[in-house]
Ligand binder design. Structure first.
Ligand SMILES: Nc1ncnc2c1ncn2[C@@H]1O[C@H](COP(=O)(O)OP(=O)(O)O)[C@@H](O)[C@H]1O
Ligand SMILES: [Mg+2]
Length: 274
């Protein structure tokens, strides 16, 4: 028997009010994979993660997790599905008044009735898996930004999730911590036998660890997928948006400059000065 897909988007559209954000998007997270979702700022990546957790409902199409639809279900059913997901949300900071140990213990205390001894065992195991068992007693203010991100990872996997969702897990990290975090995401995914979705715009690190990459591009009726594939096939693609995105060039389908009059005209034509 093959496990149900951790996540299936089928022709999903979504908007905030009258503003379209996601346009008719179909995508599947395969069991065991690390799927990266890439795209420029504001394109709708975080919104996609919100749809994945049922935090916002699709306005058309369907989203299901572990073969369970996320819309039109009871609060309890939705909660049961979410319990199988680990979330590392954007700017998902640690609780600053709790030690690293207590940060990781938090979801265990919230969602399980494990004994104190069991909680201690699980927390130390999770901290060990991110290389920070020795930092258990430290407060977030006493560790580096890269370490804090790893403690947040340990917290996200505290409940042994089958699906882990990361929103910009590399944001604000120095290059070394970024590489460490990326490899850790890959390692935790494989060690837990989980599947992971990583929203990011760090091309190099993502290509190094992802099985597949889905690229979102903005459109008039919301973001759509311009490419889904493994790193090698995306590198070979001739899609102009993809080429621009992957190489970080200013010239291409996505304008760097906000539309403005010709520079020379602005300088020299009377009455056009800003
Ligand atoms: N709660 C909200 N209400 C209205 N608009 C929103 C809300 N959240 C995000 N948006 C808009 O939806 C678009 C996509 O946002 P988001 O998913 O956060 O993009 P990304 O994560 O790719 O940067 C943006 O234009 C943003 O301004
Ligand atoms: Mg975002």
């Amino acid at each position: 028997m093959t496990a149900a897909s951790p996540l299936v988007f089928s022709e999903v559209s979504f908007g905030y009010g009258s503003r379209p954000v996601i346009d008719n998007l179909s995508l599947e997270v395969r069991s065991g994979e690390v799927l990266a979702i890439m795209g420029g700022s504001g394109v709708g990546k975080t919104t996609l993660l919100r749809l994945m957790t049922g935090l916002v409902p699709a306005s058309a199409g369907s989203v299901s997790a572990f073969a369970q639809p996320l819309t039109g279900v009871s609060h309890d059913d939705l909660f049961a599905v979410r319990r199988r997901m680990g979330l590392l949300f954007q700017f998902g900071a640690l609780f600053t008044d709790l030690s690293c140990f207590e940060n990781v213990a938090f979801p265990l205390r919230e969602h399980t009735s494990l004994s104190e001894q069991m909680i201690q065992d699980v927390v130390l195991l999770k901290l060990e898996s991110v290389g920070l068992r020795g930092a258990a007693a430290l407060m977030p203010s006493e560790i580096s930004g890269g370490m804090a991100r790893r403690v947040a990872l340990a917290r996200a996997i505290a409940l042994d999730p089958e699906l882990i969702l990361y929103d910009e897990p590399f944001a604000g990290l120095d290059p070394i911590s970024l590489g460490v975090t990326a490899r850790l995401i890959r390692r935790l995914n494989d060690a837990l036998g989980a599947s992971s979705v990583v929203v990011t715009h760090d091309v190099a690190e993502t290509f190094a660890i992802a099985d597949r990459i889905a690229v979102l591009a903005p459109g008039a009726s919301g973001a759509r997928l311009v490419a889904v594939g493994d790193p090698a096939s995306l590198r070979e693609s001739n899609d102009p948006y993809l080429r621009q995105f992957l190489s970080g060039q200013e010239e291409g389908p996505v304008a760097f400059h906000y539309p403005a009059p010709n520079l020379a005209e602005s300088f020299f034509e009377p009455g056009t000065r800003p």
